[in-house]
Write a protein that binds this ligand. Structure first.
Ligand SMILES: [Zn+2]
Length: 122
């Protein structure tokens, strides 16, 4: 709200500039308004950044360093499993039933060689 108000005031200032004698005053006003705008914008940015769950999580949880590294590891692990499964002739997708990377193409759907579950059709 403050940002909109400040911009509006700035705009009005620009529109009603005409008298040369008031130029100096107007310029000072504009400078003040710009400073106000900057303050409100940075304040909003700070507020927005502070409200992001990641930032809050990082600030509160001392084990956040672990939380950040673990997903990266698991992602590469999945990628490796997927690549390995593809080399063995599987499609490289995880089975929704047993989570093994042993799905093979079975017509239009996928079939798990470990538990026999199928995806899409039954
Ligand atoms: Zn399975």
């Amino acid at each position: 709200m403050l940002v909109i108000g400040t911009v509006g005031l700035l705009y009005l200032k620009w529109q009603s500039d005409p008298v040369p004698a008031e130029r100096r005053m107007a310029r000072m006003d504009v400078a003040f308004l710009l400073a106000l705008l900057l303050t409100s914008v940075t304040g909003l940015l700070l507020l927005a950044l502070r409200e992001t769950p990641d930032a809050a999580h990082e600030a509160d949880d001392p084990t956040s360093t672990l939380g950040w590294t673990e997903p990266t590891k698991s992602v590469t692990g999945v990628a490796e499993k997927r690549a390995e499964a593809r080399m063995k002739g599987y499609v490289g997708e995880a089975c929704p039933e047993c989570a093994n990377f042993t799905l093979v193409r079975n017509g239009t759907c996928l079939k798990c060689e470990t538990c026999g579950a199928t995806t899409g059709c039954s």
